[in-house]
Design a protein around this ligand. Structure first.
Ligand code: HEC
Ligand code: HEC
Length: 211
């Protein structure tokens, strides 16, 4: 499944050029549930999810609760991640543009969805390492120089300890990533409860070592 040569080299160049600068801008106020609800409405989530106070009606997605049950940040990220391909289908089918979500918007949105900082379980690093391989991440990504070549080396990303910039980045890049996943036949990696925390814990520890 290794990418081949010229195309891959060009793609990698483009991908690296597209890496986000320091993705920490906009943290001038604490993320807020109400602002997150407005982000959800503005990005079209309310087409399929009843927003707080609305009747569910025929909307196909679960209603958003206010307040959502508090959860680890990595859990909220996991729920969002697993949902990306389904949402993409919908946007494609209707010819809608994929909604771009900025880092501050994502902070609000994840807060609205229940993210509670400081709740994170101690990651099982061995399990995180196994998941990284099992979920096929290294078919595309290198890890400290080893592995796939179509996607950036995962140690280049510095913010595994903070799911907000990661969520925003993955969300915004999802269309491109999914296209590649479709072409390569690698199944979209779906995560079970607890997986995301372990995986990010492992990547974060590795980045710390390689700094
Ligand atoms: C086309 C309809 C549709 C749109 C638009 C949509 N969703 Fe969903 N969503 C669903 C459906 C259906 C499910 C349940 C099945 C699934 O997970 O795909 C779901 C599930 C979810 C879940 C997981 C359920 C849970 O509580 O863990 C989250 C989180 C979520 N959506 C967030 C969002 C956000 C945020 C947006 C807007 C950026 C959004 N959705 C837009 C249809 C949609
Ligand atoms: C089919 C190929 C493919 C697979 C499989 C894949 N990715 Fe990616 N990933 C990409 C591409 C391509 C990008 C770059 C997107 C862009 O910049 O437009 C990317 C970007 C990323 C980034 C941001 C990297 C950076 O330095 O900015 C992270 C983090 C990431 N992926 C994590 C994962 C994890 C974790 C897995 C496994 C669960 C995974 N990816 C599986 C193709 C893949």
């Amino acid at each position: 499944m290794r990418p081949r040569r010229i195309g891959a080299a060009i793609t990698l160049g483009l991908l690296l050029a597209g890496l986000p600068p320091a993705v920490t801008q906009g943290a001038d106020r604490a993320p807020e549930r109400g602002a997150g609800e407005r982000v959800a409405a503005a990005k079209g989530c309310g087409v399929c999810h009843a927003l707080p106070g609305e009747p569910r009606g025929k909307k196909p997605g679960p209603a958003f609760l206010a307040p959502a049950p508090p959860q680890e940040a990595s859990e909220v990220l996991r729920r969002l991640w697993n949902h990306i391909p389904g949402m993409r289908q919908y946007f494609l089918a209707r010819g809608l543009a994929w909604p771009v979500i900025s880092v501050p918007e994502m902070a609000d949105l994840l807060t609205f969805l229940g993210m509670q900082p400081g709740r994170e379980h101690a990651p099982n690093l061995d399990r995180g390492r196994v998941l990284l391989v099992q979920k096929g991440c290294l078919k595309c990504h290198a890890l400290a120089g080893e592995g796939g070549r179509v996607a950036p080396d995962l140690v280049r990303f510095r913010e595994y300890g903070n799911p907000v910039p990661l969520a925003a980045f993955l969300w915004n890049k999802a269309p491109g990533m999914l296209e590649r996943i479709d072409k390569s036949g690698i199944p979209f990696p779906v995560f079970q409860e607890g997986d995301m925390g372990d995986l990010l814990g492992f990547l974060g520890a590795l980045v710390d070592v390689s700094r």
